[in-house]
Design a protein. Structure first.
Length: 368
């Protein structure tokens, strides 16, 4: 196998593929990236047996077809360190691969491509396509609410729910919930649900470029596959049942606040400075036309913020983890948010005042 490629054409796909590879591997070959040259195209494949990412790059110069695996991190570090505009040449010599660029020469060890594992395929249940920008917006708007290393393993991922011409993503860690919808062209009967693991969500979000190009999605019983012109992404699914999220959505919220998102977020950021570093609690005092935010810490330091809001109801005092509120305000795109509550012991909902049907966020209160 032999081929040459511009550093700029190689660096992005190699970085994305190397990101899938885990640093600590039980199998040595899982630390490698599979390089295949065939039909005028080079493909790079990385996997940890749960997630697989294949990147494709067209070759313009002469090449000799073949396949080999090389250490992913080392190759990525070499390519990053090369100067802009340089040409990188790969030449397999026995069980080594020689990488040249200008006056630089690197000899890397290899492992046989025959030993490189493939993520198993499963029969496709349904397929649909959507814009990369749409999917990236959905993922970015919900991913922050996923759990991390929770014993309830089904929370360490994101629910994908497909209905007739609609895709809904839901994530929760038991303290807050994020839910976002997007219209798609999918002729689906009934409701289909799968849970994409946390790493799969993060890697898929990284490779989406946010443009108008389409991405084809295939959901099977055990896998999800996403295909673009440059990448093929495959991930195993979490085998479990996601909780009935609709049961935690507040039914009655008679205290509705409309506020400027930027003003509210800046007030929370300032108040958070003097909140308890461990519990991050802030107290909200809701009165006619204004919202007061209080924070304190074990050093008896205090912060108080007052924000003008649209509110006509009775007074209410309620506590929240300020980090959860800031996470929500960071992903809502609109200028005005709607904050809905019923009492100090019930969860609150936050949504974009102008697009309330697109995304909904639920935050549980905390005792202060």
């Amino acid at each position: 196998m032999k081929f040459s490629i511009l550093r700029e054409d190689l660096i992005k796909p190699l970085t994305l593929v190397a990101g899938v590879v885990e640093r600590r591997q039980t199998l040595p070959i899982l630390a490698n990236v599979l390089i295949v040259v065939r039909d005028g195209q080079m493909s790079l494949t990385g996997t940890d047996l749960e997630v697989e990412l294949v990147a494709r790059v067209d070759l313009s110069g002469d090449f000799v077809e073949g396949e080999i695996t090389v250490p992913a991190r080392k190759l990525n570090d070499i390519c990053k360190s090369l100067p802009d505009g340089s040409t990188v040449t790969f030449d397999v010599d026995g069980d080594k691969v020689v990488v040249r660029s200008g006056r630089s020469r690197f000899t890397l060890s290899t492992l046989s491509a025959n030993d490189f594992p493939n993520v198993e395929d499963s029969p496709a249940s349904y397929k649909f396509a959507m814009g990369q920008y749409q999917l990236k917006t959905l993922i970015d708007s919900t991913a922050f609410a996923m759990a991390q290393q929770d014993v309830r393993y089904y929370l360490n991922g994101m629910l994908w729910e497909v209905k007739q011409n609609n895709l809904r993503l839901v994530a929760t860690d038991g303290h807050r919930l994020a839910m976002c919808n997007e219209d798609i062209e999918a002729d689906v009967s009934g409701t289909h649900q799968v849970i994409l693991p946390r790493k799969g969500v993060i890697e898929l979000g990284r490779l989406l470029d946010g443009g108008d190009a389409q991405i084809e999605l295939t959901l099977g019983n055990n896998h999800i596959r996403a295909v673009t012109q440059a990448f093929t992404f495959t991930s195993k699914l979490i085998d479990g049942k996601f909780p009935d999220y609709e049961r935690v959505l507040p039914r009655v919220s008679d205290k509705v606040v409309n506020a400027n998102r930027k003003d509210l977020r800046e007030a929370f950021v300032r108040a958070a400075i003097l909140s308890n570093e461990k519990y991050r609690g802030v107290r909200l005092m809701l009165e006619m036309g204004e919202l007061k935010i209080y924070a304190n810490n074990p050093d008896h330091e205090e912060a108080e913020e007052v924000v003008s809001v649209e509110y006509q109801g009775n007074n209410l005092e309620i506590g929240f983890n300020v980090s959860y509120l800031l996470d929500v305000l960071a992903v809502i795109p609109g200028d005005t948010i709607r904050f809905s509550m019923s009492d100090s012991n019930s969860s609150a909902t936050i949504e974009d005042s102008s697009e309330s049907d697109k995304a909904l966020y639920v935050v549980m209160p905390m005792r202060l």
